[in-house]
Each structure stands twice: as structure tokens, then as C-alpha cells.
Design a protein around this ligand. Structure first.
Ligand code: 6PG
Length: 254
């Protein structure tokens, strides 16, 4: 696993624009090296702002969107089309504006989908989607995503993996149903830390004073059961993309 690197951008708007530019480069590089690119999307303000920037930059056309596979790190378990679903927000921010084939948009099931109100069945189904996408040169039961985007919560959650929860202790499954989340809505579906760690690159993006303690603790080796962000590492690269307020207490930049 890679050691975390920290990049501090002057403010949240610049962070979103610079991360969108970084994504263009990474997706183009992946397509050049392997023919297609895979990207894991996140919910939350910062993640959606990055997608909006990607939509609005002319450089987005450097990516061949017909050869991009999109996955989600987590989903809020709500009915299809609900405005709070991460899928709905990602579609409005980017996916409705780029020609990604329907077959390459790998959504997590909604709460009115094939499995009804059963997040565990939705999680198992998503684990099968991931397993089916594994290539011969990947390791394990999920694809080696090129980039996994993650937001970070005030208490250090990533995706829907919260501190001291069953999800953070999951060592076997790649996707789990999550209940009683402190951040609404309470029911979610999430990749686990082992699935996140299959990614070549993990980018953790966050802004604001409220995140400064979580950032500092993650970068000083806190146990992942207490602070899940500490366990979100990429195989080749782990990048923390911050604004100055979120970075204020981080050891390498303070
Ligand atoms: C979600 C997320 C979650 C989010 C963080 C950060 O669906 O809610 O995927 O993990 O990324 O809570 O959210 P903000 O960027 O809005 O602070």
C-alpha cells in the first residue's frame, strides 16, 4: 500500500477544479495504458463539485467517455431518482452530459429496485457486479479501479464506513449493507475498506475546519476502526486533496 501524500489547494473551488483536471489526466493515462479506465464516484459536496467542474471544463473531451467504467463507493439506499441518491446527483453533475454507455454505469440498486427494501441483497448484487468486472491481471474479487474518489466525514468516515461499525470490521465481503448511519439517510450500501484498497489510486477530498481533526488523525496512524479514512489507501497512490482549513492540523503541512 502507498504512503499518503498531501496536496493543499488555496480554496475549495480551486480544489474541485484542480481535481477535475487531475482526473482528466488519470483517465486518459489509464485508457492509454489499458484501453479503458475505471472510476469510483463518491457522494458529498466535494465529490459532486469535482464532477461539475469536470462537466464544465473543455478538457473533459480528452477522455474517451465510451471507454470509462463508473462505480460508486457508496449509495444512500433510497428510491430510484431520489434527489439525495449519489447516483441522481452524479447524473445531474456529469453523467447526463458525457457519452458513458449505460452498460458501463454500474449503479447500486435503489430501495425500490430488484431487491426491494433489502440493503444486504443490494450489496450482494453489487459485489457480483464487481466480481464480474475483474480482469485476469487484477487481484482478488474487485477490479483494480484506476481512481477511487472519497469524501471524508467529520468523524473520519469514508464511503458509508463509519467508525466502530460492522462495516469497518468487514474483512471478507467487498460490499455491505449499512444500517443506523449517523449521517442521513440511515440505510446505505457501501464498499468495504478491502475493496477500496484494491484501487490503484485513492483520492480523499475534503475542505473546512470541521474536517481538520479527522484529517490529522488519519495522517498520524490512527486505527481504521476508530477512523475509517486512515484505512483508505491506494495500491500505488493515496492522495489527500485539501483546502488550508482542512489541512490546518495535518502533520506534514502544519
Ligand atoms: C455520502 C458519502 C460520504 C461523503 C462524506 C463527505 O454519500 O454521504 O459518500 O462518505 O463523501 O460524508 O461529504 P461532504 O464532502 O459533503 O462533507
Amino acid at each position: 500500500m502507498s504512503r499518503p501524500e498531501v496536496v493543499v489547494h488555496r480554496d475549495g473551488d480551486l480544489l474541485a477544479a484542480a481535481t477535475a483536471a487531475r482526473l482528466v489526466t488519470s483517465l486518459v493515462d489509464a485508457q492509454t495504458a489499458r484501453g479503458s479506465a475505471s472510476l469510483v464516484l463518491t457522494g458529498g459536496r466535494t465529490g459532486i463539485a469535482v464532477l461539475e467542474n469536470l462537466r464544465d471544463t473543455p478538457a473533459r473531451d480528452a477522455v474517451d467517455w465510451t471507454r470509462v467504467d463508473l462505480y460508486w463507493g457508496d449509495e444512500r439506499f433510497l428510491p430510484s431518482g431520489h434527489p439525495d441518491r449519489n447516483e441522481t446527483q452524479a447524473r445531474a453533475a456529469l453523467l447526463d452530459h458525457v457519452p458513458v454507455p449505460v452498460s458501463r454505469v454500474h449503479v447500486m440498486e435503489p430501495s425500490d429496485g430488484r431487491f426491494g427494501d433489502d440493503p444486504d441483497a443490494a450489496a450482494d448484487a453489487y459485489a457480483e457486479v464487481l466480481a464480474a468486472a475483474v480482469r485476469p491481471d487484477d487481484h482478488g474479487s474487485v477490479p483494480s479501479f484506476d481512481v477511487c474518489l472519497l469524501g471524508v466525514g467529520e468523524e473520519g468516515h469514508v464511503a458509508s464506513i463509519f467508525p466502530d461499525s460492522p462495516a469497518v470490521r468487514e474483512g471478507g465481503r467487498s460490499v455491505v449493507g449499512v444500517r443506523d448511519c449517523p449521517k442521513p439517510p440511515p440505510t446505505r450500501v457501501s464498499l468495504t475498506l478491502p475493496a477500496i484498497r484494491a484501487a490503484r489510486e485513492v483520492w480523499l477530498m475534503t475542505t473546512g475546519t470541521a474536517k481538520a481533526d479527522a484529517v490529522a488523525l488519519a495522517l498520524t496512524g490512527t486505527a481504521e476502526t476508530d477512523l475509517p479514512a486512515a484505512g483508505a489507501l491506494g495500491r500505488h497512490r493515496t492522495l489527500w486533496l485539501l483546502d488550508p482549513t482542512a489541512a490546518a492540523k495535518a502533520p506534514s503541512v502544519a
